[in-house]
Design a protein around this ligand. Structure first.
Ligand SMILES: Cc1cc2nc3c(=O)[nH]c(=O)nc-3n(C[C@H](O)[C@H](O)[C@H](O)COP(=O)(O)O)c2cc1C
Length: 203
């Protein structure tokens, strides 16, 4: 059977969500998927970016990551979206990309994709779950098949977020446990997407 196509589409200002996205890409690749790791277009003005050295640096560091297109979404069997928390909500840069998906949606081309979300916030109770749930609203409108990590692996009892991999950026770089959780989430998404793809091919 053809491999599962996984699109990992994310926004990251200062690199935390990018680090999670890379671990998700690694997990999906190891699970046998064809992977596209894509950032969304930056929409913030240069004066805002340049006022934060970590933001400006990350833009340079991630220059080699391709920007997400509607073609990536059309190609994907599974879509993992990553965003930092912005006042308990997804970043506007990711929303801006999602708001260009109307043409695909209206043709029914987003229906049936396996969907999952990951995030980062600066503080422990800073809105990770509300961000994941808010972003997930879009998947309901697409008719997506929601696949959260739940507590389906021992690492989930350590990292503790069944809604999606989450990182507290205020505590430094993602820990090995958080990266394991990201890889686990990706594996689970690939496993479900592979079962669906095989089932659909058999009909
Ligand atoms: C406008 C704005 C709003 C934010 N709101 C929150 C928030 O509600 N809770 C929180 O813990 N962190 C908040 N943060 C911090 C970011 O979530 C944090 O810097 C981000 O997760 C780091 O991810 P990144 O390195 O991938 O950009 C906010 C940051 C900005 C710029």
């Amino acid at each position: 059977m053809e491999p599962v196509n996984v699109a990992i589409i994310y926004y990251s200002a200062t690199g935390s969500v990018h680090a999670l996205a890379r671990a998700i890409a690694e997990g999906a690749g190891k699970a046998g998927a064809a992977v596209r790791l894509r950032k969304v277009r930056e929409t913030a003005p240069p004066e805002a970016i340049n006022a934060n050295p970590a933001w400006a640096q990350h833009i340079q560091d991630s220059a080699g990551v391709a920007e997400a297109t509607l073609g990536d979404l059309g190609w994907a069997d599974a879509v993992l979206l990553g965003t930092p928390t912005r006042f308990g909500n997804p970043a506007s840069q990711l929303r801006a990309f999602l708001e260009t998906t109307g043409p695909l949606w209206s043709q029914g081309k987003l229906a049936g994709k396996v969907c999952s979300v990951f995030t980062a916030s600066n503080t422990l109770h800073g809105g990770q779950e509300s961000t994941i749930l808010a972003l997930s609203n879009t998947f309901y409108h697409w008719g997506g098949v929601m696949v959260p990590p739940g507590y389906t692996d021992p690492v989930q009892f350590k990292t503790g977020n069944p809604y999606g991999t989450s990182h507290v950026a205020g505590q430094g770089a993602p820990s090995e446990e958080t990266l394991q959780s990201a890889r686990h989430q990706a594996r689970r998404v690939v496993d479900v997407a592979a079962a669906l793809k095989a089932g659909r091919a058999a009909v």
